[in-house]
Design a binder for this molecule. Structure first.
Ligand code: HEC
Ligand code: HEC
Length: 237
């Protein structure tokens, strides 16, 4: 199970998305053109002084309210709605409820900032990315991250886990073995992560550990080595 989740995490962080029909990058355009007002996170973050509804809410909203003869007509119609609304917004067209419209105000036209081709790529990405399936997946990952010790989260963030596992040797020695060899010498551990390492572990047939100097803040390094050095107490080897 852990391994499967590991893959899901890698997949998620790599941001793998289906290829678009046009060669414009909808995700990048959305970030460039829309994130000044709409929060783009999935699940969304909400703020008390937010300027606009989060983009996930916008996408869900439109999909719920758009009228279409069949389910398969919905997405093309939703894309057309976005292409029109962003350049010609008005209160009577908006699917936002009255109260939200009053508090946000109608969206200012973005006609001068975005072309129809760019909008098509943005809208395609919106309806591909903001789905219930992706939301559920993202929430499961968030829950898993929240339950992880802070040190393990950092090991994931800095990709240590692609070469080290907690108890299994992969490209590099397991963290449990490293902890056993250096005991609680956190000063040494910090230095060795900053310097990188080669030829200290003869079982690793020339594999080299890159230097992480200036890539990890000192505070984060403290948390990381604290987590590694406790590993042997989790499982004596
Ligand atoms: C200057 C701030 C601002 C920017 C930039 C902006 N929006 Fe909006 N947008 C709003 C506000 C405020 C609303 C809510 C009121 C409304 O529906 O008009 C909104 C609403 C929308 C709606 C309608 C939602 C509904 O439920 O009917 C869509 C679609 C939308 N935005 C898409 C976009 C896209 C795509 C971009 C980037 C190209 C973008 N917006 C950029 C402020 C902005
Ligand atoms: C590209 C693969 C790779 C990555 C990424 C990597 N390591 Fe390593 N690590 C290794 C290898 C291989 C060794 C053993 C090298 C040797 O023989 O000295 C090692 C050794 C170590 C050692 C022991 C060093 C010593 O002096 O004995 C520590 C501590 C360590 N890694 C921590 C980390 C941490 C923390 C991260 C993430 C910030 C990380 N590693 C990322 C491959 C990697």
């Amino acid at each position: 199970m852990k391994i499967i989740l590991g893959f899901v995490l890698i997949f998620f962080f790599a941001g793998c998305e289906k290829k678009h029909t046009s060669n414009l990058d909808g995700k990048k355009l959305l970030e460039e053109k829309c994130s000044a007002c709409h929060n783009l996170d999935l699940p969304p973050k909400t703020f008390t002084d937010e300027k606009a509804p989060p983009m996930m809410a916008v996408a869900f909203h439109i999909k719920d309210f758009i009228k279409a003869g069949s389910e398969s007509d919905k997405i093309p119609k939703a894309i057309d709605f976005v292409k029109d609304y962003v350049v010609n917004p008005n209160a009577s067209k908006s699917f936002c409820d009255k109260k939200s419209l009053e508090s946000y105000g109608v969206m200012p036209s973005q006609k001068a900032n975005v072309t129809q081709n760019e909008l098509e790529a943005i809208a395609e990405y919106m309806f591909e990315h903001y789905t219930l399936k992706n939301l559920t997946k993202a929430q499961a990952i968030e829950n898993r991250l929240r339950k992880m010790p802070a040190g393990e989260r950092l090991a994931l963030k800095y990709n240590c886990l692609s070469c080290h596992k907690k108890e299994k040797d992969v490209v590099g020695p397991s963290f449990a073995k490293i902890a056993a060899r250096y005991s609680d010498d956190v000063v040494y551990l910090k230095k060795s992560i900053e310097d990188g390492s080669a030829k200290r572990w003869k079982d690793y047939r020339g594999a080299v550990m890159p230097s992480f100097r200036n890539k990890i803040s000192d505070k984060e390094l403290d948390v990381l080595v604290e987590w590694i050095s406790k590993m042997k107490r989790i499982k004596e080897i």
